[in-house]
Design a protein around this ligand. Structure first.
Ligand code: PTJ
Length: 250
């Protein structure tokens, strides 16, 4: 690891880059994952690198959807495991969800490395290796999933998704919770609940909401999810960014 002084004004961001770059060298992150991370960083910069109230609202509704789910699954890829493996494992434990590895750039070697990494962090029974089912309508390897995992899930949490799998999962009738810092992406626009926040903050924020809502009446939680207007939240996100940019240079 490169030595980054703790008092560097961009310490957190540089350490996150270090983490992801190291994970690429270890074969967990795909090289294009670094480009995806850069795009995410740019949008996070526009948001002020913090969870804005609209994102926190989406995180609350995501927690409600996960608490109401019969078979919730958290789908992880290289970037997510390199940045927030522990947070994802902790969230699966607090909502009794399944964890499944699902990769765009799928190779046997990467799947094994990611499973090993998750197991080093204490994950048990991670799905994704069997790949005994296919999401209909997708040509690429993200279609490959486990029958007992993503294929039969009712609610799927997909941090760092690509838009066509998100649409294909919606076509299967699933509730899709996406985490994507880009509010303009196809993923953001096709998910049922889009969280425009950094995955490094979003997973633990969802878990905080899970703990806050776990004793709430199920009908009240269902009502929260049914009332959710994703398009409106996205448009408020975009308006937040544009107001922030205008105010910075007045
Ligand atoms: O590990 P694999 O093989 O599944 O490959 C994963 C990547 C990330 C390469 C693949 O899913 C990909 O190409 O993703 P995209 O289409 O570039 O989309 C990534 C989206 O995630 C972009 O819209 C980014 O803004 C967003 N993003 C990147 N980093 C973060 C993020 N969103 C939240 N938190 C982040 N840290």
């Amino acid at each position: 690891m490169e030595k980054i002084p703790k008092n560097h004004p961009r310490y957190t961001s540089l350490m996150t880059r270090e983490k992801i770059s190291q994970a690429m060298k270890n074969g967990i992150v795909h090289e294009t994952g670094l480009i995806a991370h850069g795009r995410g960083e740019a949008f996070d910069y526009l948001l002020g690198e913090k969870t804005i109230p609209q994102a926190d609202m989406a995180e609350e509704v995501a927690a409600a959807a996960l608490l109401c789910a019969k078979n919730p699954v958290i789908s992880v890829n290289g970037n997510v495991v390199s940045l927030v493996a522990e947070d994802c494992i902790s969230l699966t434990e607090s909502i009794s969800a399944k964890l499944e590895v699902n990769l765009f750039h799928r190779t046997k070697k990467r799947i094994e490395k990611i499973l090993k990494e998750l197991s080093n962090y204490g994950a048990k029974n991670v799905y994704g290796q069997k790949a005994d089912a296919k999401i209909p309508g997708l040509e690429h390897d993200r279609a490959l999933c486990d029958m007992e995992g993503i294929f039969s899930a009712d609610v799927v949490l997909v941090p760092l998704e690509d838009g066509d799998r998100c649409q294909a999962l919606r076509n299967m009738g699933k509730t899709v919770v996406a985490i994507d810092l880009n509010p303009l992406s196809r993923t953001a626009r096709t998910a049922s609940i889009t969280i425009v926040d950094n995955v490094t903050r979003a997973i633990s924020n969802i878990e905080r909401w899970v703990n806050e809502l776990k004793n709430t009446d199920k009908n009240e939680l269902k009502n929260l999810v049914e009332k959710w207007d994703n398009e409106r939240n996205l448009s408020e996100m975009i308006s937040f960014i544009s107001k922030r940019l205008n105010s910075l240079f007045r």
